[in-house]
Design a protein around this ligand. Structure first.
Ligand code: S3P
Length: 442
């Protein structure tokens, strides 16, 4: 796809698609509860459709509401309860979705059947030991079919027992897999995290009726937490409203910041504090943003107005590291792009997790930013970007990674000359209408 610099300001109001993490979890919990769960604002992106497909193969009836003519795009899930999933027909294919694959392991480990979880080439090269290892401490029996600790995974369902587990990495996917497995354990299980990762699973488990107690662990670190799940509570179907995904909005927010004279109101954006690191970075750069209309349901959300702004690192240097990293992990591609336009030096540290996302985002970001003329240095666990120079159009490699593609589509709007995106189809993973929405605003 060929992209031109933006000739016009971005203006208007927009509700970007539903939150990907929350949409996945709505299907998981809807499937495991009793009754019909209704989900409004669901993200019909390729990743969440993979989750739906997997649960259909496990015998759960899910009505995709997109074809309805009454405008009510509510997804309906006929829950089967935690013990009534069917032996799946064929492999469970999570496509490009790490969330689908990792969360499923926690449930499949406890079923009365053997199943196989697989995915596309990118997913099949991502580490699964981070879930299989702690699950094996609960008695789970699973093996990597190719012996490389990646998918495909063959999971032999068995009886799980309780455990006290500390997360090996700050990962909501691992935490969620363990909490799902804990629903099936023979006694209460405790999952401990040192750095806070997104807490959508905890919020939703409570909302559906699970017995969950969350406590701070100040003796471990100021933000450490323990989550104790006692099995046995009946999960009951709920109505879920999925807020707009801040991780998707971030790309268009960045575009609004970079393209002169822009002013865009992003409606109903999720502002769960475990996800809002991107907004703090915008603030640190001095971007002109304003939050209003804050609403608090199971998940908080608000309207966010973003105007074009000059970006400057506070006192010449912005260091992004430590506990903020998990709260903006998916936004680092677009933050790296913003950093190239911001005056001063941006240092991204302790973000080694970026190397095992849908692509090695550190090396790909550095490669593409350099192609566009940015001054950037790669480090083991991040990068250093000396920003403020003009970027020029370039040939961008995406390696099929949706967030790399959208990040550089944004860079292209504010660069000089045309940019070619090697593959833009991957954007359908999380934001199928990205270019349509961009066109609407411009
Ligand atoms: C997600 C958790 C994060 C994030 C991913 C979605 C989730 O991954 O990067 O896009 O929905 O739980 P990790 O758990 O690997 O940090």
């Amino acid at each position: 796809m060929k992209l031109h610099p933006s000739a016009r300001a971005l203006r208007g109001k927009l509700r970007v698609p539903g939150d990907k993490s929350i949409s996945h979890r709505a299907v998981f919990l809807g499937a495991l509860s009793k009754g019909v769960t209704e989900v409004s604002g669901f993200l019909y992106g390729a990743d969440c459709l993979a989750t739906i497909d997997c649960f259909r193969r496990l015998g759960v009836r899910i009505e995709d509401a997109r074809r309805k003519t009454d405008g009510a795009q509510v997804l309906q899930i006929e829950g089967k309860g935690i013990f009534a999933l069917d032996t799946p027909f064929g492999e469970l294919n999570a496509g490009n979705s790490g969330t689908t694959a990792r969360l499923l392991t926690g449930i499949l480990a406890a079923q009365a059947f053997t199943s196989i979880v697989t995915g596309d080439a990118s997913l099949c090269s991502r580490p699964m030991k981070r879930v299989t290892e702690p699950l094996s401490q609960m008695g789970a029996v699973m093996e990597s079919v190719n012996g490389n600790d990646c998918c495909p995974l063959r999971i032999h369902g068995t009886r799980l027992h309780a455990a006290d587990l500390r997360l090996p990495v700050a990962s909501a996917q691992v935490k969620s897999a363990l909490l799902f497995a804990a629903l099936y354990a023979d006694a209460p299980t405790t999952v401990r995290e040192t750095l806070p990762s997104r807490d959508h699973t905890e919020r939703m488990l409570k909302h559906f009726g699970a017995d969950l107690v969350i406590q701070d662990e100040p003796a471990v670190s100021p933000c450490a937490k323990s989550i104790r799940l006692t099995p046995g509570a009946l999960l009951r179907a709920q109505k879920i409203h999925v807020p707009a995904d801040l991780s998707s909005a971030a790309f268009l927010m960045a575009a609004a910041v970079l393209v002169p004279e822009s002013e865009v109101l992003f409606r109903e954006v999720g502002i769960n504090p475990t996800r809002t690191g991107f907004l703090h970075v915008l603030e640190a750069y001095g971007a002109d943003t304003e939050m209003s209309n804050i609403r608090d349901t199971t998940e908080p959300y608000a309207d966010i107005l973003v105007r074009s702004s000059k970006l400057v690192c506070p006192e010449g240097r912005l260091v992004i590291e430590g506990e903020i990293i998990p709260t903006l992990i998916d936004e680092l591609p677009v933050i790296a792009v913003l950093a190239a336009f911001a005056e001063g030096e941006t240092v991204i540290k302790q973000a080694g997790e970026l190397r095992v996302k849908e692509s090695d985002r550190i090396s790909l970001l550095v490669r593409n930013l350099r192609e566009m003329g940015a001054d950037v240095e790669e480090t083991m666990d991040g990068m250093v970007i000396r920003g403020g120079t003009t970027l020029h159009g370039a040939h961008i490699k995406t390696h099929g990674d949706h967030r790399i593609a959208m990040g550089f589509a944004v860079a292209a709007l504010a660069a000089e000359g045309d940019t070619v995106l090697e593959d833009d189809a991957c954007i359908a993973v999380s934001y199928p209408d990205f270019f349509k929405d961009l066109a609407l605003l411009s």
